[in-house]
Design a protein around this ligand. Structure first.
Ligand code: UDP
Length: 488
């Protein structure tokens, strides 16, 4: 089955335009749309995916669709449904294989099942669409249905693949061999990074990066009062009073500069110091590299005791630095045994650290009961951090990096393909070559911690890069250009 979904009401272009920092991006989007509308006019655009709630794609589609609509494009959303759990188990296997994981044995029964559900879905979608329309199909679940429709009808079909691995393995080969007959029916394909394009789609593929919405709860500007309220509500600092308690002294400093909040007091008067905060926020997944990051931080702190030749500012910065490792509370996520395991490993390693090191490291579980509250906590944590790490062994894109860059944190990423797309080393952040090497992580953190000027420079450039490349406006522009070119 496939049904129509109305994108929930999002902020409008006028809301974005009222923010000085965003007005030029909105203007450029309006201009681009105006020049393309004559081509797009009369063609309906259908975005098709497999869920209206939960997961990155379901989060990304509403702002994309509502901005397209506001610009005058007849953009619509269709969600495919199947009551066959075996189908979604199969597409989950395909998903894992495209990431290079798990068994590569796909057999005739799998092909039969995929073909049957795709054909049923194609029938449902056909009730909505007409010749001349543009079908944008997201990920492997509805890919077969889109391919079947493209073969039967005079439509343009684009396949958007949100996943990928930057090398070929027996698993990726098996997945692409399975999907090849469907992929070959599409006019265009869209990937997140050039490394993810499989041979069977080379020559027909374009890169469009994921993007963030600067007015979402996760990314919008937060007043100091709000920051305090959010961190207190998440029990990350004591209840708001005239002065929050550590671990966020940087926030306390900001508070003191804010005359509407607290009478001006010098931080030293109440014993507060600026303590640089290094944060990583991710799912508890081994591929996110939490453990080597913690080990690298521990090496840095231990080396400090042995080094006698550091200048005073450098020593002080290393001495005061804290590490925050945050992720979703696994108790609130169903069916995530790996998350629980990874967290237990990390806690075990933490328990083995020297007590003074433990004092400088916090493992924080973010409540997931409300998506809004969780997003605000992520936002607040990123805004209170001096350095945001994303030490991933593998990363499709790494929205956490984009989010932190937008908040002008100095970022320490890895060479994972998705992070390389975003961070130009030395310009917008630093990239460790081997995220499993705690020594290299320690050296990179040291470099950033010793130099607040460098952090500031990297953070500013990172924010500009997100402004230019990874905000939702750029994404909408790229989609409009691609769709218009497909129609022409
Ligand atoms: N995230 C969150 N709460 C958490 C941990 C992560 O909301 O406790 C968000 C994070 O802000 C980002 C998304 O989950 O928007 C993760 O996307 P990313 O591309 O970084 O990694 P993925 O989890 O898709 O591998």
């Amino acid at each position: 089955m496939a049904h129509l979904v109305e994108p929930p009401h999002q902020v409008s272009l006028a809301d974005y335009e009222s923010i000085a920092q965003l007005s030029s991006a909105v203007r450029e989007l309006r201009q681009e749309a105006e020049s393309l509308l004559p081509v797009l006019d009369g063609h309906r655009v259908w975005m098709v995916n497999s869920t209206s709630q939960g997961g990155g794609v379901a989060e990304l589609l509403p702002p994309l669709l509502s901005l397209m609509r506001e610009l005058g494009v007849d953009a619509n959303w269709l969600v495919m449904e199947s009551d066959d759990p075996a189908f979604f188990r199969l597409t989950k296997r395909l998903h894992n294989l495209i990431h290079g994981q798990r068994d590569a044995n796909l057999g005739a029964a799998d092909r039969e099942l995929y073909g049957q559900v795709s054909s049923d879905t194609a029938e449902m979608i056909a009730r909505h669409i007409s010749p001349g329309d543009v079908l944008v199909v997201h990920d492997p679940q509805p890919m077969g249905a889109g391919a079947m429709l493209r073969k039967k009808m005079d439509i343009e079909a684009i396949w958007r693949c949100h996943i990928g691995l930057d090398r070929e393995t027996p698993e990726t080969r098996a997945a692409w061999a399975f999907l090849d007959e469907y992929g070959s029916a599409y006019d265009h394909a869209v990937f997140t990074a050039p490394e993810y394009i499989p041979g069977c789609l080379a020559g027909r593929a374009t890169i469009i990066h994921p993007a963030i919405d600067p007015l979402s709860h996760k990314n919008r500007e937060l007043s100091v009062h709000k920051l305090v309220g959010i961190l207190a509500a998440g029990a990350l600092i004591a209840a708001p009073g005239p002065m929050p308690t550590p671990p966020f002294p940087q926030l306390a400093e900001r508070l003191q500069r804010d005359e509407t909040w607290a009478p001006a007091t010098e931080p030293e008067d109440i014993g507060l110091l600026h303590r640089p905060i290094v944060t990583q926020i991710s799912r508890w997944d081994r591929l996110k590299g939490f453990l080597p990051l913690m080990q690298g931080f521990a090496i840095l702190k231990r080396e400090l005791r042995q080094k006698s030749n550091l200048d005073e500012d450098h020593r002080r910065s290393l001495q005061l630095a804290r590490l925050i490792l945050a992720g979703p509370d696994p108790a609130s996520i169903e069916d995530d045994p790996e998350g629980k395991e990874v967290l237990a490993e990390l806690r075990k390693a933490y328990a083995g650290l020297e007590p003074d090191l433990q004092d400088d490291i916090a493992i924080i579980l973010l409540p997931m009961s409300s998506a809004k509250h969780n997003a605000l906590l992520v936002n607040a944590l990123q805004r209170c951090s001096d350095i945001v790490a994303q030490n991933s062994l593998q990363e499709g894109f790494g929205l956490t990096a984009t989010e932190a860059m937008w908040k002008h944190a100095a970022i320490m990423g890895s060479q994972a393909a998705g992070l390389r797309q975003q961070i130009r080393p030395g310009l917008d952040g630093c990239l460790v070559a081997n995220p499993e090497d705690p020594r290299e992580i320690a050296a990179t953190l040291d470099d950033l911690l010793r130099d607040p000027g460098k952090r500031e420079m990297l953070g500013r450039s990172a924010q500009q890069r997100v402004h230019d490349e990874f905000l939702v406006f750029t994404q909408v522009r790229r989609w409009l250009v691609l769709i218009a070119n497909a129609i022409k």
